[in-house]
Design a protein. Structure first.
Length: 408
């Protein structure tokens, strides 16, 4: 059955060309034999922009799938390894949302490794999310060593409910794992006309400013605020120069990294993506160099460690093993401060003012956090979600292995 699926996938890729008009299944081709890794070192801003273009999914390196089918497939795979339907549905919804919004590194391609982590006992499933301590406005939760999505989702739901009653609510979560696209959780609060914030820490991969060894995680944080007629403000960022998933994507696509993403233990720029983390290389904190403010990215990363790892007691980056992640969520009820419509009207004014800023030469215009992701979501909701070819194959093979229906 597995070999049949692999054959079907290869045939599908071969039979559907770039000119296929079926947006539900856009054709794909194998990537070219040569790659950017064969080319010169990328050092300038213009060259960096070109390098980032290489990391984009397109018709030559991905397959378009309707979001509804991806959701069914991810949920089926997770349920195939014993995940309760409710938890599988929550996880699938967040993963598909990530892929829809162009955050491929945290999207549906991760479903296979999550299912394997459940199967080999790394994750405890079914899991029990336990409330360790709680007040009117705060809660400490245990993820129960299960899917991080489930506990983070519950944590933000609790934050929202507490904020609705008392103006603000927050949770910190221990004993957890990967929660996917961190921006999803503030979006939950924004949907309730609230300000939302979330962050999660990770095992060591980023060097401290002036440091030569990794000691901090990429430690992403996200913030969301509702607007009126304009798009909501959704900031989702790593506190490192680049998210670690981008390095993994560069490695899978066979392309070079720009100078500035990572360095060797000797401080030399690293341009060839590495597979495993280690003491011989590290990612740079946001800012990159002392002159460009690396202490700021480093400091923000430590803030994430404090709120997620120290406050929860789950551990900070240097104490965590790969795959362990602690989380923090917060919601603020805007209506407890001022009229929500007045707030949204001022948000609209600010966003329009930012968009109206004259752009630098050669640039199309100024963006606001959340704009690129919203554009991706609008387009992919209509034309299907691109899934990187290798991950597309892996998902289909995994479904066949587990004996669940193949939806894609």
């Amino acid at each position: 059955m597995i070999s049949t699926i692999a054959h079907m996938t290869s045939k599908y890729i071969h039979d559907h060309g770039e000119n296929d008009d079926d947006h539900n299944n856009t054709g794909v081709h194998s990537p070219p034999e040569s790659s950017a890794m064969d080319g010169p070192v990328i050092t300038s801003m213009k060259e960096t922009s070109v390098a980032l273009d290489y990391l984009k999914l397109n018709e030559s390196n991905s397959t378009r799938i309707p979001a509804v089918d991806l959701h069914k497939q991810v949920s089926a795979i997770l349920q195939g390894v014993g995940t309760p339907a409710e938890h599988a549905e929550i996880t699938a919804k967040i993963l598909v949302s990530s892929s829809l919004r162009g955050v491929e590194t945290h999207g549906v391609g991760n479903a296979v490794r999550y299912s394997e982590a459940i199967e080999d006992g790394t994750y405890t499933v079914p899991q029990t999310v336990e409330i360790i301590s709680e007040t009117e406005t705060t809660a400490l939760l245990s993820c129960g060593n299960g899917l991080g999505f489930v506990a983070a989702h519950q944590g933000m739901e609790m934050s929202i409910e507490k904020a609705r009653k008392f103006g603000v609510g927050m949770t910190t979560i221990r004993d957890g794992h990967h929660i996917g696209m961190v921006g999803y959780y503030p979006m939950m609060a924004v949907a309730e006309d609230m300000i939302g914030m979330a962050m999660t820490n990770a095992s060591r991969s980023v060097r401290p400013a002036l440091g030569a060894r990794p000691r901090v995680g990429t430690n992403p944080l996200a913030f969301g605020a509702p607007a009126g007629k304009e798009r909501d403000f959704i900031l989702d960022m790593a506190t490192s120069t680049i998210a670690s998933g981008k390095i993994g994507l560069a490695k899978r696509l066979g392309v070079q990294m720009p100078v500035g993403w990572a360095v060797t233990a000797e401080g030399e720029p690293l341009t060839e993506p590495r597979g495993d983390r280690g003491e011989d290389w590290s990612m740079n904190p946001l800012g990159g160099t002392r002159e460009q403010g690396s202490h700021k990215g480093y400091g923000l990363g430590v803030v994430v460690d404090i709120l997620c790892g120290v406050l929860s007691g789950g551990g900070y980056g240097a104490q965590l093993s790969g795959g362990e992640n602690m989380t923090w969520t917060m919601a603020i009820d805007i209506a407890k401060f001022r009229d929500i419509n007045d707030f949204k009207a001022m948000m609209d004014e600010m966003i329009r003012e930012l968009h109206a800023t004259p752009p630098m030469p050669g640039e199309d215009g100024v963006l606001v956090a959340g704009d690129p992701e919203a554009d991706f979501e609008d387009e992919r909701s209509v034309n299907g979600v691109p899934v990187e070819n290798g991950q597309y194959d892996e998902i289909r093979v995994r479904a066949a292995q587990l004996g669940v229906e193949v939806f894609i």
